[in-house]
Design a binder for this molecule. Structure first.
Ligand SMILES: Cc1ncc(COP(=O)(O)O)c(C=O)c1O
Length: 423
């Protein structure tokens, strides 16, 4: 097995192009022709591996899927139009009315909204528990639980659960574990080794290679026996380990239509090739910036699992190869001070994305979580005093200089330096 960087650059289908182009071309075509009626029939029956219609498969998208599969130990991969499409397709293939999923309140806001607002009227119950307590996860699972859903590092709380322990609970209970690995990616966290059943990723983030396009990935790590999934048991008899993927390709994903565009697949394949270098740089930058902010008298607290003071430091260190991701949060004395700092910055951009090449800053409580009331925000540990910084791959000293001059420009307060911040 070659190293991650080698597979990221060289993996996937070889010689797909008749002209020998080293980079798989963008097959920007809706439909594909068949040599005769019989092969058309076999293609539609799924018995001949050929492309028919780009909402279902496309050669450029397949090439990207192949490369991801090579990076993930041969898992079954489906590329979709966004990270949210990856999550919604996965849940809709496994759960239904009068069933439940077990998850955390500390989730990416749109994911929580999908579960609690969009899917609730269709009869899906969302059970929120403390994911750092695997006995609480075990206690919440019952006969109607169709999946446990976890993020490798929550955003913006930056909470890290013991994924292997939760995978163990799921195995004992016969329930698949879905893990959103957007902020760690397969480079920093090997979901298959941890026992995760389905990995979902917003490839919009690190993989896209600098926030070029929106995309998502679903990876079936072949660790779960689909005979034990009530919605897939019948399929499992026919398709065996392919039951989940076939349910997506032949039904849920095909019918919802959230397919990845070939241009996106091209860009995300390109992004994948430099993923390792970019993650290493942004993690190293984030570590140095977390230390700088921790020492600054105007900053009341810094939340970054790379800091020894973080209660998630040990588990993050163990799970993510000693890296801690490119996102950190820090607290100032008030929302007004947060806004003043954000407005004072010259280099860091005011934008909502994460894991871009550029450093991005946002005040989560007034933006991403604006749809939630104060009580709900408190339950999700989203504070008015918190700023989120997604650290890019610029020269670290330049990012620090921007933050330093922004912090120095803040109006004086009497009690600065007194920590009111608790993780
Ligand atoms: C952890 C996580 N999962 C999923 C998503 C959704 O991804 P997309 O914007 O590609 O739909 C995001 C977006 O920020 C995210 O941070």
């Amino acid at each position: 097995m070659s190293a991650f960087a080698t597979v990221a650059v060289q993996g996937g289908t070889k010689n797909a192009d008749t002209h020998g182009a080293l980079r798989a071309p963008i097959y920007d075509s809706v439909a594909f022709e068949h040599p005769d009626a019989r092969s058309m029939q076999l293609t539609f029956e799924g018995k001949k591996p050929a492309h028919a219609y780009s909402r279902i498969t496309n050669p450029t998208v397949s090439d990207f899927e192949q490369r991801i599969s090579s990076l993930c130990g041969g898992g079954f991969v489906l590329a979709v139009s966004s990270g949210m499409a990856a999550i919604s397709n996965t849940i809709l293939a496994l759960a239904g009315a009068d069933t439940n999923i077990v998850t955390s309140r500390n989730l990416f806001g749109n994911t929580l909204s999908l579960f609690q607002k969009t899917l609730a009227p269709w009869g899906l119950e969302t059970r929120c528990v403390d994911m750092t307590d695997s006995s609480a996860v075990a206690a919440a699972i019952d006969g109607e639980t169709r999946a446990v859903f976890l993020e490798s590092m929550t955003n913006p709380q930056l909470e890290v659960a013991d994924c292997t322990a939760i995978a163990g609970v799921c195995r004992d209970k016969g329930v698949p574990l879905i893990l959103d690995n957007t902020v760690m990616t397969p480079y920093l966290f090997d979901c298959r080794k941890a026992g995760v059943a389905i990995e979902v990723i917003s490839s919009t983030k690190y993989i896209s290679g600098g926030a070029t396009t929106i995309g998502g990935l679903i990876i079936d790590h072949r660790t779960f026996d689909w005979n034990n999934a009530p919605r897939l048991a019948e399929r499992a008899e026919k398709f065996g380990p392919m039951a989940f993927l076939s349910s997506l390709r032949q039904e849920v994903y095909r019918n919802l239509g959230a397919c990845m565009a070939p241009q996106t697949a091209y860009l995300h394949t390109l992004g994948l090739e430099t993923l390792e270098m970019r993650i290493e740089k942004s993690c190293a930058n984030a570590m140095a910036i977390a230390r700088f902010l921790s020492d600054h008298p105007r900053v009341r607290g810094v939340h970054y699992p790379g800091l020894e003071s973080s209660k998630f430091h040990a588990i993050s260190n163990r799970q993510f190869k000693g890296r801690h991701g490119g996102i950190l949060t820090f607290d100032l004395e008030s929302q007004e001070t947060c806004f003043a700092l954000i407005d004072a910055l010259q280099l860091i951009r005011r934008a909502t994305n994460i894991n871009d090449n550029k450093s991005l800053i946002i005040h989560p409580a007034s933006t991403i979580f604006a749809e939630y009331n104060e009580r709900e925000k408190e339950a999700m540990a989203v504070r008015a005093t918190t700023i989120r910084l997604s650290v890019g791959i610029e020269e670290c000293e330049d990012i620090i200089a921007d933050l330093a001059s922004g912090l120095d420009s803040l109006p004086d307060v009497k009690d600065h330096g007194v920590s009111s911040y608790q993780e």
